[in-house]
Design a protein around this ligand. Structure first.
Ligand SMILES: Cc1cc2nc3c(=O)[nH]c(=O)nc-3n(C[C@H](O)[C@H](O)[C@H](O)COP(=O)(O)O)c2cc1C
Length: 362
């Protein structure tokens, strides 16, 4: 089958972070996402039934504390995708993998396994990571030149699928003997890849080695700058690399209802201690957002880990998604406070408007 990311919809839509508690939100509301396995299966089935293109997990090893110990509970993403592959049939299933924490020979085999279980629906979201506490748990530390390692890492995976015979790899980060990985992935030469990053080294890595960049923006009108920057970087190495982004969603019948709920979960009932811990960590160790975003958008951190908020009526949200598409983005991954409770309304009401706007097929 054609991977859904290569499918007909002009603007691809998926679900982000359903594998982790809270999703992307940092809130104490009682209906917050608990990310049980049953929750994940139910959300994936709703998304698939509605025709969404992909399910994308977050890679988290530790939480951010606070009252809810937010993100402490999360499912490991290869095994999560393998489980979902067995109970779905059309939706694309990503794995989000930390380059420095997972050996490429292991990643190659696990990714191919999910590609086989899913019949060619696997996707790899590459992250270099940022959280020193997570790295410390592995006895490791974030690296200065993480993307140099990432370039070797993905090259090993690609060679492992392509090579007819076992091969040796002599790099700066990996020195491997007699590498073999069978079966190769069903998708050739490898499953669809994204790199989740914001800064220039991550963009250059995506330009050379990935199919897409997965990145944030602060204001819709700035989006085209990021997309054009990525186009220029990939054109410079003779490639075309599209850009996906991430948004958190509150979609309700009226604008007032949506805004009141956004205030409730992301301001009044935010898990403030966890928001502080998450923002402080990101500010210190990750260049994943514009510097101004941290102070300006505290609510966006509680609402969706600093992603862009889509808050309002179906019509308003469809207009904003169309505006994001018009900036040149290829797609977006969405988060909700409670995916199973909120996806049905979003899909029933927003997707038809996107079809009318020519962004989604049939
Ligand atoms: C859209 C997006 C999603 C990300 N998802 C994850 C994730 O699941 N786990 C993680 O540890 N880091 C994640 N990151 C952070 C990256 O691993 C990286 O540390 C961060 O973007 C800073 O590096 P950069 O300057 O290369 O972007 C994400 C970043 C972006 C922009």
């Amino acid at each position: 089958m054609t991977h859904p990311l290569h499918g007909p919809h002009r603007f691809k839509l998926g679900v982000f972070s359903a594998n982790a508690d809270g999703g992307l939100a940092i809130t104490t509301v009682p209906e917050r996402w608990r990310a049980s396995w049953a929750d994940n299966v139910a959300a994936a089935r709703i998304a698939e039934e509605a025709g969404l293109d992909f399910f994308l997990p977050i890679a988290r090893w530790k939480g951010f504390g606070g009252e809810t110990r937010v993100r402490e509970h999360s499912f490991e993403t290869f095994t999560w995708a393998a489980g979902l592959a067995a109970v779905t049939s059309r939706i694309g299933l990503f794995m989000t993998v930390h380059v420095p924490l997972v050996h490429p020979v292991y990643a190659a085999k696990a990714l191919a396994t999910v590609d086989h279980i899913s019949g060619g629906r696997a996707g790899l979201n590459i992250v270099c990571g940022w959280n020193p506490e997570e790295f410390a748990m592995f006895g490791a530390a974030p690296e200065e030149r993480a993307y140099d390692r990432a370039a070797e890492w993905i090259t090993i995976i690609e060679r492992a699928y392509a090579a007819e015979e076992p091969f040796d790899f002599e790099g700066r980060y990996y020195r491997l003997k007699g590498v073999v990985s069978r079966p190769a992935s069903i998708q050739r030469p490898r499953p669809v890849t994204m790199n989740a990053a914001f800064g220039p080294p991550g963009r250059d890595f995506a330009a050379r080695h990935c199919d897409f960049l997965f990145s944030t923006f602060s204001e819709i009108a700035d989006g085209h700058r990021h997309v054009e920057d990525m186009r220029a970087r990939s054109a410079a190495v003779g490639r075309e690399v599209g850009v996906y982004t991430v948004c958190h969603v509150v979609c309700r019948e009226t604008q007032a209802e949506a805004e009141a709920y956004y205030r409730r979960y992301a301001v009044e009932m935010a898990d403030h201690a966890a928001v502080e811990a998450h923002m402080a960590g990101k500010k210190a160790f990750a260049a994943s957002h514009d510097a101004a975003a941290f102070d300006l958008y505290r609510q966006r951190f509680a609402g969706g880990a600093g992603s862009y908020p889509l808050i309002g009526t179906p019509e308003r949200i469809a207009e904003e998604i169309a505006a994001i598409a018009a900036q040149g983005y290829a797609g977006a991954a969405l988060s909700f406070v409670n995916y199973t409770a909120e996806l049905p309304f979003f899909c029933a009401r927003v997707l038809p408007l996107l079809r009318q706007a020519g962004l989604r097929e049939g």
